[in-house]
Design a protein around this ligand. Sequence first.
Ligand code: ZN
Length: 442
Amino acid sequence: MKHNFFCLLVGFLSILSTLSIPAQVAPDPTLLTEINKIKAIDNHAHPLPFLKEGEKDVEFDVPESIPPLAPPVRLRPTNPEYLEAWSFLYGYKYKDTSNAHMRELLALKRRVMNEKGDAYPAWVLDRLGIETMLTNRISLGRGQKTQRFRWVWHTNPLLFPLNNEEAKKSNPQREAGFTTDERWLKDFIAEVGLTKLPDSLDGYLSQLVVPLLERRKRDGAIAVKFYAAYMRSLDFTDVPESDARQVYGKYIKGGVPSGSEYKALQDFLFRRIALECGRIGLAVHIHVGAGAGGYFYNSTANPFLLDSVLNDPNLRKTTFVLIHGGLPFAQATRFLLGKPNVYADFSSQTFLTSTRELSGVIRSWLEFFPEKVLFGTDAYPLTTTVGWEEIGWLTNRSARQALALALTDMMNDGEITRQRASELARMVMRDNAIKLYGLKTR
Ligand SMILES: [Zn+2]
């Protein structure tokens, strides 16, 4: 009996000690309220333009050859958090996702879209407390050509002017990616008034690459985006122009370059585009870390692979933004933020990980380089019922809660004052991005 009581007591005490682990369970409520009111600048997202009934967005017309994505738990349409999103955005009143109720949801959503028309995309931002959403697209659509949506142009297709058949063979996801980029490259060629790619690398740069970048800048783009990690390694070496010129000249009229020849040309093009972006004042966004799809190569998406690019003295006038912050290499990103021209957002971590896990990443970044940390949602259309709006709602809420939690923990540990917590919150949610892109705010 005595022995049993002793066991019970030890058990009780050990439960007590578990409960007293100092990690904050909930954020400081006044701080969270404050953060929820900040009009955010979202550094990375894929909002859709306003679409009329039956219209499809060509940029998100994912080819069927890509194997269906197996999304992690929070992204699955069965995630009960989406019930709240539907209720908040469209007045959905059910607590389930039966087929009949989903049909009703789509009708509700359609009604709101029709009512708002071109104002619909900005209406979504209003509902989320987002002032400006950086919009990753080949071209902006209806309702997006306003200061609320700032253009981040997909410049990725410019990396791949040669025959991509070898790379396409590696897996269906890459095949689809290269096919899409080839289609867009054709559009770029037509846009600058050419009928085919120039015969020389010099012509490619002077007649296509530079004019397009300058045109985008004139048309209001504030950054370009590379999603190269979906197609190759982030290891962009410093290749002499003469080597790149030789590869381009040899294969532009036909033939399949070897892997190493093509990589050399791509490496050269990446750095040259980054250099031009620095010259004309476009930031360079790069996808780093884990990506979507069952064939994504994680090991070649580690942000540390960008070391030689980020250390290139010739590229110090270019601002690089590490999109998604490199999860699961978020601690690598943390150390790259020390370079003067490198920033990062934590988009997609907002839906891949829990709020608590995200708060740990945010805290670790804030403890190093708080002026380099950017809020981002990566809102994108997942299914017909879970669109960029719902993902936007989910990740916007998670991000604000995680930020509040990180700052609360830092206050409790005596690292920052309450006033500094407010300053840091504003920096992450908007001020850092405003400074970085020179945005005019409302
Ligand atoms: Zn994205």
